[in-house]
Ligand binder design. Structure first.
Ligand code: AMP
Ligand code: GLY
Length: 421
């Protein structure tokens, strides 16, 4: 098969790696890709948010199967255009991708399907939102309705902070994403990510993970896209996983079918677990980054077969073969991230890294300049390892970190601390 993967981060490098492990994969193109992906696949320039351009590219390159990594092409309707053109695609249609693109839509689905989640109210007017916050008190959570690159959520510990967030959003600091605001009850508990492949009707769980969103050790400082992750998430016991499937994921899929917009692709449920009961924090319509990196290393080549089965509507007959193992990924980012950071700093030591079924260095923001790998983004490398337990995965990932010579970069030294302590 000829495969096209859209995206160019660590997530897409791990998807490309899993595809290349599979003998079915004859040719792999990734758009735009990165310097690490370029070592295993062809990288192409393509406007991945332009449905017409993607369909054209697929025709020109005899592509049989498209895997969409990030949310932006999904929200732009790239999967719809490919399906209309009769091309096999992994990723939901635009209407189903609203589960990520609109928080108000997700809340409406939760109401209709009786999915446990935080109590909420939805506002298009700043004064009404302010009045609601004053009536509810803090802590309280303020969310911009639309896609805000992971930055549209303010967990406010005081009423003043919540009011400032509302003013900010209605003043346009998140653009159109903040023209509507969802205000939610603050939930307590432990967070975990649950990944389920869906083909419209069937749901196949493919793993759990926990990530570290804050930039600083001890989970402090500003939010990032994620500084590291591990799988499985200890809080996702078999019983909690079964409840998440029965009480959250399956009712959601049934409601999407009822509305005539079946969900196909990976559904990433962000959960809050308290006293063994999972509640939905949010849905994403794509794999998490860096959570995908640990899932792909654990699943290997079968990940590709499972994504193909989801795209072809054959999940009912698919099965996941689990090794009883653990994986961890540690992100190296450019100093200054998630604020402003330098680009173009050289990264050395990559060639000596082990690369096998237990160890992979997935690239995110890297580029090649005159034969040298340099940083070209905020999150740059994902040092990823498996082990018989989380401690071994942790030690292997950090041993790889210690082989990297990149004065312009940094990482958190405490990924997995909660699960390891
Ligand atoms: P989201 O983008 O919706 O995942 O929100 C980002 C982060 O904010 C989540 O991972 C949680 O840590 C936190 N968060 C979001 N909603 C709530 C809530 N209702 N209660 C507590 N924390 C929340
Ligand atoms: N790592 C969190 C996300 O991909 O949304």
């Amino acid at each position: 098969m000829n495969i096209l993967i859209l995206g160019g981060g660590g997530r897409e490098h791990s998807l490309a790696w899993a595809a290349m492990q599979n003998p079915k994969c004859d040719k792999l193109i990734v758009a735009p890709g990165n310097a690490g992906i370029a070592e295993i696949a062809d990288c192409a320039r393509l406007d991945i948010k332009d449905p017409g351009a993607v369909v054209q590219f697929v025709g020109d390159n005899a592509i049989d199967f498209v895997i969409i990594g990030p949310e932006a092409p999904l929200a732009a309707g790239v999967a719809d255009a490919l399906r209309e053109a009769g091309i096999l695609v992994f990723g939901p249609d635009q209407a189903a991708a609203r589960l990520e693109a609109s928080k108000a839509f997700t809340k409406e689905i939760c109401d209709a399907a009786q999915v446990p989640t935080a109590a909420y109210a939805h506002f298009t007017d700043a004064q009404a939102a302010r009045d609601y916050i004053i009536a509810q008190g803090a802590p309280i959570v303020v969310k911009a309705d639309g896609l805000a690159a992971g930055k549209g959520v303010i967990v406010a510990m005081s009423v003043d902070e919540a009011l400032a967030a509302v003013d900010d959003m209605f003043a346009g600091s998140f653009g159109a994403a903040g023209a509507e605001v969802v205000i939610e009850e603050f939930m307590t508990g432990e967070e975990a990510s649950f990944f389920v492949l869906c083909d419209g009707e069937e749901a196949l769980p493919i793993g759990t993970a926990q990530d570290h969103k804050r930039v600083g050790e001890g989970d402090t400082g500003p939010n990032t896209g994620g500084m590291g992750a591990y799988s499985p998430a200890p809080v996702m016991t078999d019983a909690v996983t079964q409840r998440a499937l029965d009480e959250i994921v399956r009712p959601t899929l049934a409601e999407m079918v009822r509305r005539g917009t079946p969900y196909r692709g990976v559904l990433y449920a962000g959960l809050m677990i308290e006293n063994g009961a999972p509640r939905l924090v949010e849905y994403n319509c794509r794999f998490g980054d860096p959570e995908c990196q640990v899932l792909m290393l654990r699943l290997g080549a079968q990940a590709f077969d499972l994504m193909q089965a989801a795209a072809e509507g054959r999940l009912g007959e698919a099965q996941v073969t689990w090794a009883a193992d653990h994986a961890m990924t540690v992100v190296m980012a450019a100093k200054g991230y998630p604020g402003s950071y330098e680009k173009g700093t050289p990264i050395r030591g990559l060639d000596a890294l082990p690369e096998d079924s237990q160890h992979m260095c997935f690239h995110a923001g890297t580029a090649e300049q005159d034969g040298q790998i340099v940083a070209s983004g905020g999150r740059v490398l994902n040092l990823t390892a498996r082990g018989v337990d989380l401690k071994q995965a942790h030690d292997r990932a950090y041993a790889m970190i210690d082989m990297i010579d990149w004065p312009g970069g940094f990482c958190r030294r405490d990924i997995g601390w909660r699960a390891l302590s």
